[in-house]
Design a protein around this ligand. Structure first.
Ligand code: ADP
Ligand code: ZN
Length: 245
């Protein structure tokens, strides 16, 4: 199973992706996490990526693509993977499509986690991240058990530099300009499973949400609303989403 998570920064796609990865026992590949791990370890890649990330800009395609192609070629990706935060531009999507074509493969699902902008800025200011293990929390909806301390590894959790309100605004602009066009890209070139909800069916998608996604994954071709290759999940649709609103 090869899945792409699309969606604005802070839409909750990381949380969704982790759950899907656990459920289907496939690696969760978050480009943001990989960049942050590199920054933490002071690698060359990390130094380069940080200059862009701190400004709310995207890391250049070439750096990002090399990294992802390398990662999905590793053994643990043999049965699939879920990409969280990649592709984020049309050239990245094209590079991914081309790399998979070479080995006669195709993505199975593209999932768009759809959340209105106005909710995002608020949500991000409450987000806390553990820079040590990558766990994410929210001060209201998914608080740590002990305030300020990661449940998983005991290290402090922080408001990431790129989650500060002014940077979030910039990231949203970048999202609309560079990443949102991917929804059309994947509608025109639907992933293999033929997939799930169309944007105009959004209201229905909202009321069915994640549970149906699981069903659909098991048997994509019997799903009645399977039509256009993109599953639209709105935050209201998913009881598992971080802020529960
Ligand atoms: P979010 O999903 O909240 O936007 P991520 O953790 O996915 O955050 O990404 C954090 C930052 O890492 C992005 O703002 C961007 O600078 C960089 N980044 C992550 N993935 C990509 C990508 N595919 N292409 C370019 N830059 C990326
Ligand atoms: Zn941690």
């Amino acid at each position: 199973m090869k899945i792409i998570m699309l969606g604005a920064p802070g839409a909750g796609k990381g949380t969704q992706a982790k759950q899907i990865a656990d459920k289907y026992r496939i690696p969760h590949i978050s480009t943001g996490d990989i960049f942050r791990a590199n920054i933490k370890n002071g690698t060359e890649l990390g130094k380069k990526a940080k200059q862009y990330m701190d400004q709310g800009l995207l890391v250049p395609d070439e750096l990002t693509c090399d990294l992802v192609m390398d990662r999905i070629g590793q053994d643990d990706c043999e049965n699939g993977f879920i990409l969280d935060g990649f592709p984020r531009t049309i050239p990245q999507a094209e590079a991914l499509t081309a790399a998979l074509e070479k080995i006669n493969e195709k993505m199975d699902y593209a999932i768009d986690v759809d959340v209105p902008d106005e909710n995002i800025v608020n949500r991000m200011s409450g987000r806390r991240a553990c820079l040590n293990c990558g766990a994410t929390y929210h001060i209201v909806s998914i608080p740590t058990k002990v305030e300020g301390i990661c449940d998983r590894c005991g290290q402090p959790v922080v408001l990431r530099d790129d989650d500060k309100p002014e940077t979030v605004q910039k990231r949203l602009t970048v999202y609309h300009e560079q990443t949102q066009p991917l929804i059309d890209y994947y509608k025109k070139q639907p992933p293999r499973a033929g997939a799930v909800f169309c944007p105009e069916k959004r209201e229905k998608a909202v009321s069915t949400g994640f549970k149906n996604f699981s069903k659909t994954v098991k048997n994509p071709f019997t799903h009645k609303r399977a039509r256009c290759g993109i599953l639209i999940m709105s935050k209201g649709s998913n009881p598992l989403l971080p802020d529960g609103s």
